[in-house]
Ligand binder design. Structure first.
Ligand code: SAH
Length: 225
């Protein structure tokens, strides 16, 4: 009985804190596009954090997911998703699956005709993300255990590529696996990172914009640290 009451209280808190977080992200101008806002409403972030952090699922903070990694802060997920300009029906590659939350948000934006392929280097996190995505009923995300700094040539080229770990420089394979007209978002730098948006304007033409400073865990692997 006490457990039942506890669960009901948690559900009420979760609903309230989610409403408040989304309102704050909209008022702050971090969430802008209707499709992205709908995705944030649709994905239950509480299913992508560890059970002991359930109460904090809608706090605007990164949370530990084990193995020295974190689920990114909601504000950062909102900012990167908006910067990426994802559209319905697109094929998107993500580097750094972690909890699977960012992939889940993108899966809602691309919808059933689109697809998200996400790469994770820590095998236990691959399992964690697959379980979380399944609990959330998300089907159009493919998780692979792989060094994402080399991209995923099998399904290239991509409409969009997003890296959620910091690279020492823009990884060449990711630029090469982008469609012409495609967009890559990647934090670049050693201590603090600059959020870079790369738009492929032609086979050898890349437009690069700097969108401010953030902090990320480092990208490992061949084109990482
Ligand atoms: N997008 C995640 C947050 C990821 S944190 C989420 O929504 O929860 C960054 C992740 O990148 C970590 O899980 C880390 O293990 C992973 N990572 C680091 N280097 C990597 C590499 N070379 N290839 C794939 N994943 C990598």
């Amino acid at each position: 009985m006490a457990k039942k009451r506890e669960n009901a209280e948690l559900a009420r808190l979760t609903k309230e804190s989610k409403k408040r977080l989304l309102a704050d992200l909209k008022h702050g101008g971090w969430l802008k596009t209707p499709r992205v806002i709908k995705a944030f409403e649709a994905v239950p972030r509480e299913l992508f954090v560890r059970a002991e952090n359930a109460k904090e699922a809608y706090w605007d903070v990164p949370l530990p997911i084990g193995f020295g990694q974190t689920i990114s802060q909601p504000l950062t997920v909102a900012f990167m998703t908006e910067l990426l300009k994802p559209q319905a029906g697109q094929k998107i590659l993500e580097i750094g699956t972690g909890s699977g939350y960012q992939a889940a948000i993108l899966s809602k934006v691309v919808g059933p005709k689109g697809k998200v392929i996400t790469l994770e280097i820590v095998p236990q996190l691959v399992e964690f993300a697959i379980a979380n995505l399944q609990k959330a009923g998300i089907k159009n995300v493919e998780v692979h255990h792989s060094d994402g700094s080399q991209g995923w040539p099998d399904d290239a080229p991509y409409d969009r590529i997003i890296a959620t770990a910091a690279a020492p420089e823009i990884p060449r394979p990711l630029k090469e696996q982008l469609k012409v007209g495609g967009v890559l978002v990647v934090p670049v730098g050693t201590y603090l990172q600059k959020m870079m948006r790369v738009t492929r304007r032609g086979p050898d033409q890349f437009e690069i914009e700097d969108h401010g400073e953030f902090r990320f865990v480092p990208l490992r692997g061949r084109h990482g640290f």
